[in-house]
Ligand binder design. Sequence first.
Ligand code: 7TS
Length: 425
Amino acid sequence: MISTENILLETPTPEPPVDEAWDVERIRDDFPVLRQTVNGKPLVYLDNAASSQVPQVVVDRGARYLEEEHSNIHRGVHYLSMRATTAYEGAREKVKRFLNAREAKECIFVRGATEGINLVMHGYGRKFVSEGDEVIVSAMEHHANIVPWQMLCEEKGARLRVIPMNDAGELLLDEYDALLNERTKIVAVNHISNALGTVNPVKEIIATAHKHGVPVLVDGAQSAPHLAVDVQDLDCDFFVLSGHKMFAPTGSGIIYGKAEWLERMNPFQGGGDMIRSVTFEKTTYAGLPTKFEAGTPAIASQIGLGAAIDYLNSIGRERAVAYEKELLAYATAKISAIEGVRIIGTAREKASVLSFVIEDVHPHDIGTILDQEGIAVRAGHHCAQPVMQRLKVPATARASFAFYNTKEEADALAGAIEKVIEVFS
Ligand code: 7TS
């Protein structure tokens, strides 16, 4: 096996530009998908919380792997395999810097947030959670951060506890404090709610859990693309992200874990690559990160994730975050001013997501009419049914923004919403 240490980065990480205004038209040129019409109208892509679009440099990097480097990693001594391994491990280095992890081996490649959470459920949960123990999640989790923990609780006879939220979609931290006790074995919360856009105070949530000696998993599926994340500053024990929501291909993602936890955890899947030695009597496992990466991974996609991180660094993450904040405030003001529209999720701290309902119109009808106008939004429960139950709405329509969206697109959304209201009046 080729060591994951001492592998040179395939490309240096670019420096962000300084003191330049955000030129959204130039940024849009980087994204080939955006150059099309849908139903005769320019595509307005506002479904970034489901999957964001991919810049040309990421497409090109994936194509280069397929054209010039395609081969399996870690196991070959031949030229192509070494090139593929260098690119793959180079992507891990880029993720490490992106999240400010202490070591690259703390960044495990997974298919996305769902797989990362399941890895922790199996590797940590099945080892450390027993009958009578408790697992805490929040009232605004995506199903991916509820169902695995429910499965664990069912298997172990443990109890799932839920941090409640208020009508605005903000977690009630006093109640969270009261939930923590000596039976609590893990807290799993999202950083940004995909259904409401709430930015949760995860640093505080983590500090509180740590007072009780409880580790915290942060579901960063929505935050990694829209905030600057520093896992050492947050002091989270686990942090999961999906590449396809951060300008990379599907099938890419990361579960970061503190080495001291990952080393104590059981492997997730068994198979090739994750072993040190195998006999019919006994198998011993490889060290980090290989212990958690059984079988051939999504090599092209993970290399694409590395290229997406380079791209984010090249445009300047902080500037992108500031622009998105301004755009969300603009769109929120515009859409909440329309009579008959109600914004769902009015937390003080929000990012990227604008969920809404229109009186007497089903969100699916909103989605269909908006599509006629070339506008892509998601309509439904957004895999967060407990949020819908708590806020007493069957579903919402959701516009979710990225740094390539424009104020003109927010205007187009507002105009199309007015059309929906006209059709149903
Ligand atoms: N956690 C959060 C907060 C999410 O928003 C999602 C996906 C997941 C976990 C699961 O990610 P996956 O990449 O493993 O599927 N959220 C959405 C959404 O809002 N619309 O489509 C998928």
